[in-house]
Design a protein around this ligand. Structure first.
Ligand code: UDP
Length: 327
């Protein structure tokens, strides 16, 4: 079966493209390389450099490749950036995605796995967050993803379009060949590891006055390889559903920023100097997943639950690629 991976040069997309190849799928990657890295695309995947917002380009790819399903990872995904520049976020995460959906329908491709996010939940009042928790995003990034989930649900009713939205909590860690290389880097674990490497002087903790035990934000860090396995299961599951489904995808364990720093100090054997800064706009205090639905429905089980193991994999990749994919 041929799967088109839109955004397959990015962090999560490239790990999923790799696992699809290893699982015997034929893979076509489409990426505009605005944030992804061509070196991250598996060598056996066919690749097209272009933007999903470009309808004629995408139409040509579908005409040539005839994929049976799509995994859609193309998105801007930084909370702070989305607060500062919402137009760009709605353009990329909603409008461009609509072009992809239109082209899929034109080619009668009605199977999609969509990268959604815990950010759709905003400031949840109940933790852990289940699929029944009301979605109420507090930043444009989360709002753009929730809009797209809604669109997928409507497509399910109107056209028999099948989709699974996977709401990632905090993707982290690395596989043998793939790791985090965002430019600019804003994510906690790679920044901490840059401090450990001496590439940055210190970590700024964004707020220590949240209503959490140590005052810093709590997040649910999930290994990127575990995320990728969920995508394969979800792809197989598309044959057994009608319409749109969604699953929360996390470890089910929360760690504060200070706890992640302590774990990273243990893993690296280096001390991480830090300073306390202002809260980052749009950051909820606590985001921890209930993954009961995906465990029960798809039989998914995270293999790398220990935060030390997750950081250790990221550290190994960072040591081998101190300058990311440029190294
Ligand atoms: N964070 C921080 N300092 C940084 C980067 C992140 O204190 O330099 C915090 C951030 O406020 C959040 C957590 O670390 O509570 C995880 O942030 P990240 O950007 O990695 O992921 P997000 O939760 O935004 O998806």
């Amino acid at each position: 079966m041929k799967v088109l991976v839109a955004g397959g040069a990015g962090y999560i997309g490239s790990v999923c493209a790799d696992l699809l190849v290893q699982s015997g799928y034929s893979v076509v990657v489409v990426d505009n390389l605005s944030r992804g890295h061509s070196q991250a695309v598996p060598s056996s995947a066919k690749r097209y450099c272009g933007d999903i917002a470009n309808e004629s380009f995408l139409d040509q790819v579908f005409r040539l490749e005839k994929p049976a399903a799509v995994m859609h990872f193309c998105a801007l995904s930084l909370v702070g950036e989305s607060v500062a520049d919402p137009i760009t976020y709605y353009q990329n995460n909603v409008s461009a995605g609509l072009v992809l959906l239109r082209v899929m329908l034109a080619h009668n491709v009605k199977k999609l796995i969509f990268s959604s996010t815990a950010a759709i939940f905003g400031e949840p009042t109940v933790v852990p967050i289940s699929e029944n928790t009301p979605a109420s995003p507090v930043n444009p990034y989360g709002a753009s993803k929730l809009m797209f989930e809604r669109i997928l649900s409507d497509l399910g009713h109107a056209y028999g379009f099948r989709s699974v939205s996977l709401r990632y909590f905090n993707a982290a860690g690395a596989t043998e060949h793939h790791g985090e290389d965002h430019r600019p880097e804003t994510h906690l674990i790679p920044i901490i590891l840059d401090v450990a490497l001496g590439k940055r002087q210190k970590l700024t903790v964004f707020g220590n006055d949240y209503p959490t035990p140590d005052g810093s934000c709590i997040r649910d860090y999930i290994h990127v390889a575990d995320l990728a396995e969920a995508h394969i299961l979800a792809l197989e599951y598309l044959d057994r559903i009608e319409g749109a489904e969604c699953f929360n995808l996390g470890n089910g364990q929360g760690f504060s920023v200070f706890e992640v720093v302590a774990a990273a100090e243990k893993v690296t054997g280096r001390s991480i100097p830090l300073e306390i800064g202002e809260r980052r706009p749009g950051d909820p205090a606590v985001l921890v997943a209930s993954s009961a639905k995906i465990r029960n429905t798809l039989g998914w089980q995270p293999r790398h639950r220990d935060i030390h193991e997750i950081i250790e994999s990221a550290w190994r990749w960072k040591l081998e690629h101190p300058n990311g994919y440029n190294a």
